[in-house]
Design a protein around this ligand. Structure first.
Ligand SMILES: Nc1ncnc2c1ncn2[C@@H]1O[C@H](COP(=O)(O)OP(=O)(O)OP(=O)(O)O)[C@@H](O)[C@H]1O
Ligand SMILES: Nc1ccn([C@H]2C[C@H](O)[C@@H](COP(=O)(O)O)O2)c(=O)n1
Length: 428
């Protein structure tokens, strides 16, 4: 991961300016989600030592690896494949940590990779990473300790000049903004139809379903001018899984004589599993496009009836941000950040309601329902940190912001409460 790979970068032809770029980067290793990451930099001069680096580098054989590809789609997929390969092949006794290198507080500068600490009996990590490297597109760096206690980093390569060159590993301060927030715009959250569209266009050779999705987007855009004439209100119901969205939206549909829509729309249901298996860049672009299809449907339907929408952009953005931002809730972009702004070209609803229940009640409902859970739902259940980040991200989204509704009472009580809110806010 130590190779801030500008696209097309060739290790063998590294120039002094490339070298300087390396050394201007900071590296972050995440030992676990609950503790602060460890930050370090590379330098041609030895620097101070600290206990965090000592704890990270003090034992075992140490490597960092990252997938090197041209193009963001290939990079995202190669990173995911690298993770699968490492998880499958590393022997017990090897620790695998998420790692990234970045330019502090510079948007889109983050490059993700992995850090390996091998304390296994057979020291298998070196063999595994070398094999992966031979298959191509993987960069490997090794960390060693000098007799005087300094840590050095060098490239694992057949190029003698590269191999002989090494850098001191020195502690670096934590940046102002958590590094995992740097690449969110247009990689995890899309703020214009054209940006999400481009991602699926770039995928169309490797994921043939992308073409069908893009055709559906085009069809819907042609059929609608997406301008909401404001004759009937558009009410979005949001919330984590099993907070009661389906129950409430069906009741609202009947009570208001409304049209019920959802995002992603039915026409994308057949493609959802396929895109859920892809890395965030592709998966999130798919959901973003789903919102634009739903927006076109809203624009049409709201001309003759109130419209209720089960999930919309708040869900797309909140889940994407919570997944992209590692660690604790404090690492989320601050309230008021442009990350939480509504896309300029996406139809805005009249009202967004966020259903909220306690984690215990949600779990009770999930268990009672007994349906298969997607990976992300299971993660919500086991990963308290993730659930808190999704919930907080929901609440930070602006223009329109959501109103929180206590969804713990009985279904009928929740319905009456929501009808009251709708009548007050939307003059229905
Ligand atoms: N107000 C309520 N009180 C008690 N149980 C409820 C309430 N609302 C819904 N439930 C029950 O909780 C479970 C989840 O509800 P529902 O399917 O409506 O949630 P959801 O938010 O649509 O979930 P998902 O996003 O996973 O589709 C269901 O078994 C439902 O009957
Ligand atoms: N508009 C939407 C709707 C859903 N998602 C994503 C977020 C979660 O990964 C998952 C939850 O949906 P559910 O299981 O309740 O159908 O789908 C999204 O990104 N945007």
């Amino acid at each position: 991961m130590l190779h801030c790979k500008p696209i097309g970068y060739r290790m063998a032809n590294r120039s002094m300016s490339r070298l300087a770029q390396w050394c201007s980067r900071v590296f972050m290793v995440e030992i676990n989600q609950k503790t602060e990451p460890i930050y370090f930099a590379l330098s041609s001069k030895p620097g101070a030592r600290n206990s965090e680096l000592e704890a990270l580098l003090g034992s075992g054989k140490l490597f960092s690896v990252c997938a090197l590809c041209d193009g963001r789609v290939q990079s995202a997929r190669s990173h995911a494949h690298l993770k699968t390969a490492l998880t499958e092949k590393l022997a017990p006794g090897c620790d695998l940590f998420d790692t990234a290198s970045f330019l502090p507080d510079v948007n889109n500068s983050l490059i993700r990779g992995f850090f390996l600490r091998d304390n296994s009996a057979l020291s298998s990590a070196e063999r595994v990473v070398t094999q992966l490297q031979q298959k191509g597109s993987v960069c490997v760096f090794r960390y060693t300790r000098e007799e005087n206690g300094d840590y050095l980093c060098s490239a694992v390569t057949h190029e003698p000049a590269e191999r002989e060159r090494s850098y001191y590993v020195t502690p670096a301060p934590a940046p102002q903004h958590h590094p995992s927030t740097l690449n969110i715009t247009n990689s995890d959250v899309f703020y214009q139809l054209a940006e999400a569209y481009k991602v699926l266009q770039e995928c169309s050779d490797i994921i043939p379903e992308s073409k069908a999705v893009l055709e559906l987007v085009e069809e819907q855009q042609l059929e609608s001018n997406s301008s909401h004439d404001k004759r009937f209100p558009v009410i979005v119901i949001e919330g984590l899984d099993a907070t009661g969205k389906t129950t409430l939206t069906c009741s609202l549909q009947k009570a208001l004589g409304a049209v019920l829509l959802k995002s992603p729309p039915e026409c994308l249901a057949q493609f959802r599993q396929r895109f859920d298996a892809e890395p965030p860049l592709i998966r999130r672009a798919f959901y973003a496009l789903g919102n634009y299809i739903t927006a076109a449907q809203i624009a049409r339907e709201s001309s003759h009836a109130p419209v209720i929408v089960d999930r919309y952009w708040h869900s797309t953005a909140a889940y994407a941000i919570a997944t992209a931002v590692s660690g604790r809730e404090e690492n989320l972009p601050a309230v008021g950040s442009e990350i939480y702004e509504w896309p300029s070209d996406l139809l805005r609803p009249s009202l967004v309601l966020l259903l909220s229940v306690s984690p215990e009640e949600r779990l009770r409902r999930l268990t009672h329902r007994g349906l298969d859970k997607t990976e992300e739902e299971s993660q919500l259940e086991i990963n308290h940190l993730f659930r808190r980040k999704v919930d907080e991200a929901y609440k930070r989204i602006q223009n329109p912001a959501c109103m929180v509704v206590d969804a713990s009472p009985s279904p009928d009580h929740v319905l009456q409460q929501v009808l009251c809110l709708i009548r007050n806010k939307c003059n229905l």
